[in-house]
Design a binder for this molecule. Structure first.
Ligand SMILES: Nc1ncnc2c1ncn2[C@@H]1O[C@H](COP(=O)(O)OP(=O)(O)OP(=O)(O)O)[C@@H](O)[C@H]1O
Ligand SMILES: C[C@@](O)(CCO)CC(=O)[O-]
Length: 418
């Protein structure tokens, strides 16, 4: 790394349409959530140790590994800068799982913490391989994205790790040191390596989440092809976290079982996925229409939201808490669908442009005061993708780790890759 210290940051995401279906090559439409981001501090050290701090996951003491103990011998001989055809390295992951938790000061390490450690070590080992520059590193991760709630906390974590490590090992330059074409190439590389990290966490993800966390804005995603979408920036939403914990990897596997298992009615499941695809495509058309007035646009959109929610329920990824959110929002004539992997997590309610502040407050109060104690965030879609800040002159690790979470968004001086 040409600097000794970097802070990187990447946004969370919300999927408007196409979750689960996108894993099977159908269209999804998703956007970044600028208010909700992960921030990671990377600092060189000289003692050959790698330290990972994950306070948001409740990790009491940092993970600490001697860099020399990592299984570099199992890294596939790939060109780190051209990993398009990279196969996921199961042998490497298996070995990492067996060594990651050794010697961690006897602390209890829960599932979230374990997965975060495996993901980090997988990327660290792959990206340090052949690097001449490492003598250890401290990484400190902070986020204001709720973990495991469907808003892409894992993807923004993955993008932050990929960016910081690619920079640290000299595989990419920061946007300070690069021209437009170099920045474009770097963001592609970040996205590809973040996708590998997402595979550690989710098994067989589509890649939509890491693409949004890398590029920001609003995108249409199909089969790894990313297209920017205009016109979604003015759409406003209420996100409601049901706080029902769920596991994205298992939900993705459950849908796959339905497709592959005869008893799971594969034909019907495929029809549902096709219908979800048609909804994404219709949404794109509606947004692109120049003749439709706002009232017609919102009526049609609301129809798509309802259909999509019911289709996802029939795929088996719904949850009663999500239906409860729908029911409460419907009392104020607002339409809601689950977003992300489902099974709990977050619901997305469209706020039409004729809805007043007072009405929104009524819905929010009804949701937060319900016995479920739902948590609400008002949001619009869009904002920057991954960014980096050279912190060598003016930000210490101590300042970063001790500042209030809401001050993270106030850090200035970012250079964005996208
Ligand atoms: N702040 C964080 N610090 C470290 N690791 C994190 C952080 N946030 C998320 N992670 C990693 O992401 C995992 C959670 O991923 P999961 O897919 O369950 O949730 P999500 O990404 O919020 O939801 P979705 O994928 O449905 O959008 C955790 O196990 C952890 O490994
Ligand atoms: C459920 C899913 O469609 C979205 C999870 O945020 C999985 C994926 O696309 O990888």
């Amino acid at each position: 790394m040409s600097s000794d210290r970097y802070i990187v940051s990447a946004p969370g995401k919300v999927i408007l349409f196409g979750e689960h279906a996108v894993v099977y090559g159908k269209t999804a439409i998703a956007g970044s959530l600028d208010g909700l981001r992960t921030y990671a501090f990377f600092e060189k050290r000289i003692d050959g140790y790698v330290e990972l701090n994950l306070p948001d996951l409740g990790l009491q003491r940092a993970f600490l590994w001697p860099a020399s103990a990592l299984p570099y011998n199992l890294v596939n001989n790939v060109d780190i800068k051209e990993p398009q055809n990279l196969n996921f390295n199961d042998v490497l992951l298996h070995k990492i799982k067996s060594i990651a938790l050794e010697g961690q000061d006897n602390q209890q390490i829960n599932n979230f913490q374990q997965i975060a450690a495996f993901t980090f070590l997988y990327l660290y080992t792959c990206l340090e391989y052949n690097s001449q520059t490492s003598c250890g590193m401290t990484i400190y991760v902070r986020s204001n994205i709720p973990v495991g709630a469907g808003l892409g906390s894992s993807a923004s974590y993955s993008v932050c790790l990929a960016t910081g490590l690619l920079l640290a090992f000299g595989h990419i330059l920061s946007p300070y040191e690069s021209n437009e074409q170099g920045i474009k190439k770097s963001s592609e590389l970040i996205n590809l390596w973040a996708y590998q990290a997402e595979k550690v966490i989710h098994g067989t993800p589509s890649g939509v989440d890491n693409s949004v966390a890398t590029y920001g804005g609003a995108i249409m995603f199909v089969n790894g092809v990313i297209q920017n979408m205009m016109g979604t920036r003015s759409l406003r939403f209420l996100l409601t976290n049901t706080k029902v914990p769920r596991n994205t990897k298992i939900l993705i596997e459950n849908v796959r079982t339905r497709i592959e298992n005869v008893k799971g009615f594969p034909k019907i499941t495929n029809l549902i996925l096709d219908a979800i695809h048609d909804i994404s495509e219709s949404f794109k058309e509606i947004l692109g229409s120049e003749i439709m007035d706002d009232q017609e646009l919102y009526t049609k959109t609301e129809g798509l939201i309802d259909m999509c929610h019911h289709l996802l329920n029939s795929l088996g990824v719904g949850h009663p808490s999500l239906d409860k959110v729908r029911e409460i929002a419907a009392q104020c004539d607002l339409h809601t669908k689950l977003t992300g992997a489902g099974g709990g997590g977050c619901a997305l309610t469209l706020i039409r442009n004729d809805v007043s502040k007072e009405q929104i407050e009524i819905v929010k109060t009804a949701l937060t005061a319900s016995p479920h104690c739902f948590e609400c965030y008002e949001t619009s879609i869009g904002g920057h993708g991954v960014g980096v800040l050279d912190a060598s002159s003016d930000k210490s690790l101590q300042e970063f780790s001790e500042c209030e979470k809401n001050q993270l968004a106030g850090i200035i001086g970012w250079m964005y890759f996208a």
